[in-house]
Design a protein around this ligand. Structure first.
Ligand code: SF4
Length: 334
């Protein structure tokens, strides 16, 4: 599905923009010629091939300094980031929904759940409202949670923010996450005591996420356990605009010193295993995207922990349950 650039073209033209930087996630790169040609009819365009991860990342200053606008495809804006250039986000939404049979929701009835909290990743926002209509027709009550200032839409979750789930935890019997893949479901489960199900659009069925969550926790606790004797630790700040948490890193530095651990503060734009290995550390505390320590754990020879995992392993913060790292706000990059 090709994204419609017309509103971006209109806005940039209206404001006199001449030079634009185009950012495409890997999934949209096969259409780069078409997007480039369309935008080049109106502006001087340059496409960045730098890897980027979401609206939290607009690339390096050297690349965007010379342009009037950045056009980023695929993601939704993170409203509480102060972008140094005007950025236009063109979201990728799935428009054609697979038909979900009513019987797919049978598991919710069997379990006696009547109040369902609905969540989704951005591509499935419209689909979430379709599912809401279907569930209400079947007699369920649905609730879509209010998001915090990092998120654009009610019900929307990101791998670093589950505020829409927290906001309704007292009102629902369970959550249903409209998505593909497991991460958003696992993240929701780790942020809540309520059962979580994924509506997997590829399978057109509902899946209980508790088994996956248990496997996830076993893997993370193994990493946390490995870090318990660490004496030399890198505390890494990611310099991406929407991942920059210097104050949190400084807190971790102070906590590490207080525990008799030797910390080194690192700033990086990529979490590269070889960089960390060369620094001969026992463990890394990564304050950037919370998905890096989790999704990429196999790439690293040393344990790479989230700030919460670090606080857990050294008893700095006690919690009866695993605490997911979530980003609410970031520090201002100079
Ligand atoms: S911090 Fe990670 S999960 Fe959050 S928007 Fe960026 S890439 Fe996505």
């Amino acid at each position: 599905m090709k994204l419609d650039l017309s509103s971006a073209i209109e806005e940039i033209s209206k404001n006199g923009g001449k030079r634009i930087l185009l950012q495409l996630p890997d999934g949209l790169k096969p259409d780069v010629f078409s997007y480039f040609t369309e935008l080049s009819k109106h502006f001087s365009v340059i496409v960045t091939s730098e890897a980027f991860y979401g609206a939290c990342d607009i690339g390096s200053r050297e690349v965007y300094d010379g342009v009037d606008y950045i056009v980023q495809l695929g993601h939704s804006e993170i409203p509480n980031i102060e972008y140094p250039k005007p950025v236009i986000f063109i979201e990728k939404r799935i428009e054609k929904f697979p038909e979900i049979p009513d019987s797919a929701y049978g598991i919710l009835k069997e379990k006696g759940y009547t109040n369902i909290g609905l969540l989704c990743s951005i591509q499935y926002l419209d689909m979430m409202y379709e599912v809401q209509r279907q569930l209400e027709r079947l007699g369920f009550r649905t609730v879509i949670g209010k998001q915090d200032r990092r998120m654009k839409y009610p019900g929307q979750v990101l791998g670093c923010n589950f505020s829409a789930a927290h906001s309704i935890s007292g009102q629902v019997d369970c959550y249903l996450v409209v998505s593909t893949g497991k991460f958003h479901g696992i993240g929701t489960q780790l942020s809540s005591d309520k059962p979580v199900f994924i509506l997997d659009l590829n399978l057109r069925g509902i899946e209980d996420i508790s088994g996956e969550t248990d496997r996830f926790l076993r893997r993370r606790y193994a990493r946390i356990f490995q870090a318990r004797d660490a004496r030399r630790v890198l505390v890494v700040v990611d310099s991406k605009i929407g991942q920059y948490r210097m104050r949190l890193a400084e807190t971790i530095m102070a906590q590490a010193r207080a525990m008799g651990i030797e910390p080194v503060l690192i700033v990086a734009n990529e979490a590269k295993p070889s960089d960390f290995e060369n620094m001969m550390c026992d463990a890394v505390v990564f304050t950037g995207c919370p998905r890096v320590p989790i999704d990429e754990e196999d790439k690293f020879s040393m344990p790479v922990l989230t700030p919460q995992e670090f606080q857990m392993v050294f008893g700095i913060k006690k919690s009866p349950r695993y605490v997911m790292d979530e980003i609410v706000a970031v520090d201002q990059l100079n």
